[in-house]
Design a protein around this ligand. Structure first.
Ligand SMILES: Cc1ncc(COP(=O)(O)O)c(C=O)c1O
Length: 476
């Protein structure tokens, strides 16, 4: 149960825990994480925080900070763009970090290159702005994409390509496979076709199968995986799956350092991209008078300006740290906790017999991660505003998230907002619509959901506290 749980004033907690372990005995193999939490994240329980926003960002451990400071204290690092000894040392660290990232994801360095970016959005933008879209080319997106993937459609529009969307279907929020097959086979005469989907939905937690990559390749598509929400608690094995491009942020995995992400790209796929500009660090030579430049080969051609180089030792430390726990162990823990929470939430009823909770996404733990999206309903069947739920949660130091989480397609699907309703809202907007105006425009419907996400160091007490919080909305 973890040593933190007895301080909770739940008489029946031991009983619940017993029941939980009967349902998910594998959880016991993860108990080492309770000790880790006590040692590495003492501020969490000391400050009485209940953190349930791991899809928003992970948490950093004490030892990560300590090891990074120790490294910086004993070494001298400087701008890597020259040959002086300090610069050369820094270049070695950067290159070592590239190799470490590839090793973590089991990617063959002959096949894949690592481009360091500021975050996942930056990695996605690098692909979007440089993918050689032309007339009749195609971009296939998924309703479940984050806005940082949706935004790629603006580049294809500019260049005359066509965007299509794969739908997701409630209540499970999965893509109908026959639709995927159809859209993949309808690539037509397009010379360049890019298919972008999230490995894990940041809305519902659904895992979209990585096996799609093979089908997409068979139909001549390049594949971009948004792995931002997937990699913190799941193994991404690039020795087994071979997407062309993968985008992610390290803060989602181990928080420290923030401000570093990667685009992991197949070397061949990187060659296919045509950057719309050049910058310091990305060229071999450039001339003002000759009005020419040559892009540097491989990763370098995509890394604008000076890298956040003092952070790279911390990236290695973060990856070592995750390896020391084991991503599979984290996955087991998260799966047990979220499975149990789903079951408990769905059992909650008002005195009237009506359900208190509506879940958007799979109600089991098959092909899903540790993220759930829900709404609460009163005894009369009306949605309880997610902003009210958030306000009450904030008062209890319960960190959850509400809204659509930058995933409008999943939000619109879950909340049953129609194209007609959405078109009307955008049509009536004058210059720029603010979120509050949008909420008023969709006045009779909910415009958001409540998201709870567990991560590496979540424990049984965290999900119980959330469960008890939800019970407070129950009417007799
Ligand atoms: C699935 C997914 N993709 C992309 C992003 C964007 O990541 P970042 O803000 O690090 O650029 C997020 C962030 O929440 C995400 O959850």
């Amino acid at each position: 149960m973890g040593r933190d749980t007895p301080m909770l004033k739940h008489d029946d907690l031991d009983l619940r825990y017993k029941e939980f372990i009967e349902r998910c005995p594998e959880y016991k193999t993860t108990l080492i994480i309770d000790e880790l939490r006590e040692r590495e994240y003492p501020q969490l329980d000391r400050e009485k925080h209940v953190y349930l926003d791991f899809t928003g960002g992970g948490l950093y451990s004490r030892s990560q900070l300590k090891r990074h400071i120790e490294f910086l204290e004993c070494c001298v690092m400087g701008n890597p763009h020259s040959s002086n000894p300090i610069s050369a040392f820094t270049t070695d660290i950067v290159e070592r970090c590239r190799r470490r990232v590839l090793r973590f994801f089991n990617a063959d360095p002959e096949e894949y290159a690592v481009v360091f970016t500021a975050n996942a959005s930056h990695a996605l933008k690098l692909v979007g702005e440089a993918y050689p879209f032309g007339n009749s080319d195609q971009l296939l997106l998924c309703y479940d994409n984050h806005n940082s993937v949706n935004g790629i459609r603006e580049y294809d529009r500019v260049r005359g390509a066509v965007t299509r969307y794969l739908p997701i279907v409630p209540p499970g929020m999965r893509v109908p496979e026959e639709m995927l097959e159809r859209l993949l086979s309808e690539g037509g005469d397009a010379r360049h076709k890019l298919f972008a989907f999230p490995a894990q939905s940041n809305f519902s937690g659904v895992h979209h199968p990585l096996e799609w990559i093979v089908s997409a390749h068979k139909h001549g598509w390049d594949v971009l995986i948004d792995a931002a929400a997937f990699v913190p608690t799941n193994r991404l094995d690039l020795g087994r799956h071979h997407p062309d491009y993968v985008a992610l942020s390290f803060y989602k995995m181990f928080v420290y350092p923030t401000g570093v992400g990667v685009l992991i790209a197949r070397r061949e796929a990187l060659e296919k991209l045509h950057r719309p500009w050049f910058a310091g660090g990305t060229i071999t030579v450039a001339s003002v008078q000759a009005d020419r430049y040559f892009l540097a080969p491989g990763s370098e051609g995509f890394e604008d300006g000076t890298l956040n180089y003092t952070s790279f030792p911390a990236v290695e430390i973060g990856l070592d740290y995750l390896d020391s726990i084991g991503i599979e162990l984290i996955h087991t823990r998260v799966t047990c906790l979220i499975g149990w929470l789903i079951e408990q939430l769905l059992e909650l009823r008002h005195g009237s017999g009506r359900s208190l909770v509506r879940l958007y996404g799979p109600a089991d733990t098959i092909l899903r991660g540790g993220t759930i999206a829900i709404n609460l309903y009163d005894a009369g069947g009306n949605t309880i505003d997610h902003l009210l739920v958030e306000k009450r949660a904030n008062e209890r130091k319960l960190s959850i998230r509400t809204g659509c989480f930058c995933n409008p397609g999943a939000g619109e699907t879950a909340l049953e907002l129609t194209k007609m309703e959405l078109d009307a809202c955008f049509e009536h907007a004058e210059a720029r619509m603010m979120l509050e105006e949008f909420r008023q425009c969709i006045d009779t419907k909910s415009t958001g959901a409540v998201r709870i996400s567990v991560g590496a160091v979540s424990n049984f007490a965290d999900v119980n506290i959330f469960l008890d919080f939800v019970k407070e909305f129950r009417e007799a």
